[in-house]
Design a protein around this ligand. Structure first.
Ligand code: ATP
Length: 218
């Protein structure tokens, strides 16, 4: 890929998830990370049925609507290609398609630490690393050495700790980004709603209202 200092590759940050529902634990860290990376765009990619999950709770179109509401509010892009596939979602297929459409663009795939720890179980994970860099959000003050010993050697050898190092190569590296972690998960939100507990503070207001109006997760 031919890019120069005067004309650096455009950066697109990608963030995939089941988003069942999308919540502030997704949005706030990924927003901070995309800004920190200097990404021109942030694309949210709702998964159809992720390989590691049996089913989703809200329908595909409801999850897409929720992500779309967030994208309008925060000025992100929604990428619905995985939902349109109507079969299980594989990140490798998505990355191949995006790269074919935008060969000059650097792709930074953002994920939480839980996803990195299971990353070597992802379908064709080595091929994923041939198409993008990974950026992993981790709570501030974590122990570098402990992380390196916890990871498979093939992942640990790809770790970099600052953006300058990351930008030297367009693919194959894993950047750790220290970022305030919010103790929120979609699982907790669904359980709270089912139990009749309030989870207003865990969601953007528009998503809270959408869930109420559509009586989701009861
Ligand atoms: P569930 O509880 O249903 O498993 P989830 O809240 O973990 O869902 P997913 O849609 O499965 O959300 O996750 C999408 C991505 O968001 C993953 O990379 C995951 O690591 C990341 N993520 C989820 N919750 C947080 C959080 N609180 N802080 C940072 N990253 C998060």
């Amino acid at each position: 890929m031919s890019t120069t200092k005067q004309n650096p590759a455009k950066i697109i940050a990608l963030f995939g998830g089941t988003f069942d529902p999308i919540h502030l634990g997704h949005i706030l860290p990924v927003q901070a990370t995309a800004k920190w990376l200097g990404a021109e765009q942030l694309h949210l990619i709702p998964a159809h049925i992720p390989p590691h999950k049996i089913a989703t709770h809200a329908s595909a179109s409801q999850r897409a609507e929720m992500v779309s509401i967030v994208c309008q509010q925060y000025n992100y892009e929604i990428d619905t290609r995985e939902l349109n596939r109507k079969s299980r979602s594989y990140t490798i297929d998505t990355l191949h398609e995006i790269k074919a459409e935008q060969p000059q663009t650097s792709l930074y795939f953002i994920m939480g630490m839980d996803s990195l720890l299971s990353f070597t179980q992802w379908y064709k994970w080595q091929d994923i690393l041939n198409l993008c860099n990974l950026v992993v959000n981790i709570r501030p003050g974590y122990d570098h050495d402990a992380l390196e010993t916890k990871l498979e050697p093939e992942l640990a050898s790809r770790l970099v700790y600052n953006i300058e190092q990351l930008k030297r190569q367009q693919v194959g590296q894993i950047l750790i980004h220290e970022c305030k972690e919010l103790d929120i998960s979609s699982t907790t939100i669904r359980a709270k709603i089912k139990a009749g507990e309030n989870c207003r503070q865990l969601l953007p207001e528009a998503i809270y209202n959408y869930i109420e109006q559509n009586k989701l997760y009861r």
